[in-house]
Design a protein around this ligand. Structure first.
Ligand SMILES: Nc1ncnc2c1ncn2[C@@H]1O[C@H](COP(=O)(O)OP(=O)(O)OP(=O)(O)O)[C@@H](O)[C@H]1O
Length: 326
């Protein structure tokens, strides 16, 4: 019998997650599911809790995150060495890109119903990305990472006192728009050098580079439309040599995944990626600030077990992968 744990971030989704959990907990009791639940009390707590839970068990253990992508990021970073852990997710955050990419209903009650069905079958083995920063620190991502403009905005939003105020008024999204517009006119695009499986590329006037395991990021933007979480490949997107006004156009088109048709947007697939930049750039993993460039990224193929409705990926076409020239 697999043990089931829930790690709940009551503050996720502007505090909405606490109410979501109350509802989920009642349903679990009604369904006579035996489980243990923990509330996170501070940033970083979810990672610690997940690590402690995993260390206690030799057998298969299900850890379900109830929160947003940031909480899930912490949970998966707490269990990267524990192959017996199966991850589940009930969306309770404001972004919830994991549920989009991994075919989990956005409605938390429906997500629970799906989860309770999936628990009875085998989990899906998925890839993840391992980042190694210049000081040797390692951080894993399950959705995506980014360096440059997007990571700067994520950092500013998460460290802004305005966020809490706007969140209380349910206007949390405005804070992204505010910093996007503010930085749009002050951010200095820079040269980014990228190596992908040994091939070197240099992009002048670059805004950002992202590396994705699944298509969605930033709360529904389809940044890497071709990304598949269990194909053994990461999807790289670079935005460079783009005027400030055209960046706004690209930003709008990314919700439909159509940005890839702009000549200033380059896409690749690969396993080992290194990113260096002329200027130090902010770096995020799953929307959480993790440090600065330079860094290396390496895929961890099928290294994580998740409860998801997604279908298995077809075999990887390595020839297509290697014809990345542009
Ligand atoms: N009890 C807590 N109090 C404050 N912050 C917490 C707590 N538990 C976790 N966190 C932090 O909350 C952040 C956001 O969590 P998460 O992404 O899951 O929710 P969210 O609603 O998507 O957040 P955001 O409003 O940033 O989009 C994470 O950085 C996490 O470290």
């Amino acid at each position: 019998m697999r043990s089931i744990y829930f790690i709940v971030n009551p503050n996720a989704g502007n505090g909405r997650c606490r109410k979501i959990w109350d509802r989920i907990e009642t349903l679990l009791i009604d369904e006579q599911v035996s489980f243990l639940a923990f509330y996170t009390e501070y940033p970083g707590h979810a990672k610690k809790l997940a690590g402690q839970i995993a260390a206690k068990h030799d057998g298969e253990t299900i850890i379900v995150t109830v929160g947003g992508d940031g909480t899930l990021h912490e949970v998966m970073n707490g269990v990267t060495r524990n192959k017996n852990v199966i991850l589940g997710f009930i969306p309770g955050g404001s972004g919830n890109d994991f549920s989009r990419g991994f075919k989990i209903p956005s409605n938390p009650v429906k997500a629970l119903q799906v989860l309770l069905r999936l628990i009875k079958s085998d989990p899906v083995q998925i890839d993840n990305g391992k980042m190694t920063l210049a000081d040797g620190a390692e951080e894993f991502f399950i959705n995506n990472m980014g360096a440059g403009f997007d990571a700067l905005i994520a950092y500013q939003v998460n460290h802004s006192p305005i966020k809490a105020i706007l969140n209380k008024l349910s206007l949390g999204r405005l804070v992204y728009v505010y910093f996007l517009l503010k930085e749009l006119f002050t951010f200095k695009p820079t040269t980014i050098d990228i190596a992908i499986d040994g091939k070197k590329y240099s992009f002048k006037q670059s805004w950002f580079v992202t590396v994705s395991n699944q298509p969605y990021y930033g709360g529904g933007m389809k940044i890497a439309p071709a990304a598949i979480p269990d194909d053994g490949l990461l999807d790289i997107t670079v935005v460079h040599e783009l005027s400030r006004w055209k960046l706004l156009l690209v930003f709008i088109s990314v919700f439909w995944g159509k940005h890839i048709f702009f000549q200033e947007v380059k896409t690749f697939k690969g396993r080992m990626i290194s990113i260096q930049s002329a200027e130090k750039l902010f770096v995020h993993g799953d929307g959480e600030h993790v440090g600065y460039t330079p860094l290396k990224i390496e895929i961890q193929v099928k290294s994580m077990q998740v409860l998801t409705r997604m279908q298995h990926a077809p075999e990887v076409n390595l020839e297509a992968r290697d014809s990345n020239d542009f």
